[in-house]
Design a protein around this ligand. Structure first.
Ligand SMILES: [Fe+2]
Length: 261
C-alpha cells in the first residue's frame, strides 16, 4: 500500500493499453517471476494528458498487444463479479469497446491513422476508468504467470488466454459476454445469449489473429510441461480471481492453459 504524500503528478501515456494514467493500480514483478499489484489512490495523477500523436510510432505488434489488453480491461470490468461493478463502469466499458472494436485493426495496420490512434487512446483510458472501479479477473490472473515466468509482454499474455477464459466463463455466465458482443461485432445483435457469448469469444480470437498476434502458448516458446507451474501460480492471484464471474480452481486453470497451449 502506497501511503506517503507525493509531488504533483502528471501522467502522459505513450501506448493505448494499460489505462494506468487513470487507475490507482501499478503492476510490478516481485522476486524472479511473480507479478503483484500496488493499489492506492496516491498513484492516481492530478492530471492525465492524452495525445494520440505520441502513439503514432508504436509498432504494429505492440499496438495490437496493448490494444487487446485495453479491450480486456473493458471486458473484465463489464463482467466483473466485484461488488464494485456498477452502471457507470459498465457504461465506460461499453463506450471503450465500441471505440476500440472499430479502431484496433486500423491502428495496427495503418499506424499513422490519427483518428484510429485517438480512438484507441480514448478507449484505453475509458477502459482504465471502468476497471479502476470494477476490477479485472481471470484473464489477468492467468496472464500474469505467463509474463512473470516467460517474460511475455502483458498484452500478449492476455491475448493467449482470453478466448479460453471467455469460453470457460460463458458456460455458466454467458449474459455479460452476450451483451458485450454487439459492441464489437454488430452482426451478433440478434442472436441468442449462449450463441452471442460464444461468438464473442471466437470474434476476439479472430481479431487478435488478424492483428498478427501469436495465438497459442507454444507459439511463444512456452513448453507444455510448464502448465502445472502456471496453474499453481495463477491461484496466487486471489486479488483478481475473486472478481471472476465463474470460480476458477487449479484444475480449471490447468485446463484453460492446456486449451491455450
Ligand atoms: Fe491489463
Amino acid at each position: 500500500m502506497a501511503k506517503a504524500p507525493r509531488l504533483p503528478l502528471v501522467l502522459i501515456p505513450t501506448t493505448a493499453g494499460t489505462g494506468s494514467e487513470v487507475t490507482p493500480i501499478s503492476i510490478i514483478t516481485t522476486g524472479a517471476s511473480e507479478k503483484m499489484g500496488v493499489v492506492s489512490p496516491v498513484i492516481l495523477p492530478n492530471v492525465a494528458i492524452l495525445d494520440p500523436e505520441l502513439t503514432l510510432s508504436v509498432p504494429p505488434h505492440v499496438t495490437a498487444a496493448t490494444g487487446i489488453d485495453a479491450m480486456v480491461h473493458a471486458i473484465e470490468a463489464y463482467a466483473s463479479a466485484s461488488a464494485n461493478n456498477n452502471p457507470i463502469s459498465r457504461a465506460l466499458a461499453e463506450k471503450a469497446l465500441r471505440l476500440m472494436g472499430k479502431a484496433l485493426l486500423i491502428a495496427v495496420h495503418e499506424g499513422d491513422n490519427l483518428p484510429a490512434r485517438s480512438d484507441m487512446l480514448l478507449g484505453s483510458m475509458l477502459a482504465g476508468q471502468a476497471f479502476a472501479n470494477s476490477p479485472v479477473a481471470a484473464v489477468h490472473a492467468l496472464a500474469y504467470p505467463i509474463g512473470g515466468h516467460f517474460k511475455i509482454p502483458h498484452g500478449l499474455s492476455n491475448t493467449l488466454v482470453l478466448p479460453h477464459v471467455l469460453r470457460f466463463n460463458s458456460i455458466t455466465h454467458p449474459a455479460p459476454y452476450a451483451e458485450l458482443a454487439p459492441f464489437v461485432f454488430p452482426e451478433t445483435q440478434a442472436i441468442g445469449t449462449q450463441e452471442a457469448a460464444a461468438a464473442f469469444a471466437e470474434g476476439m480470437a479472430d481479431l487478435s489473429e488478424r492483428c498478427g498476434l501469436e495465438q497459442r502458448l507454444r507459439d511463444v516458446g512456452i513448453p507444455q510441461d510448464a502448465i502445472d507451474l502456471l496453474a499453481k501460480d495463477a491461484m496466487n492471484q486471489t486479488r483478481l480471481l475473486i472478481n471472476n464471474p465463474r470460480p476458477v480452481t487449479e484444475d480449471d486453470a490447468r485446463a484453460i492453459y492446456q486449451a491455450a497451449w
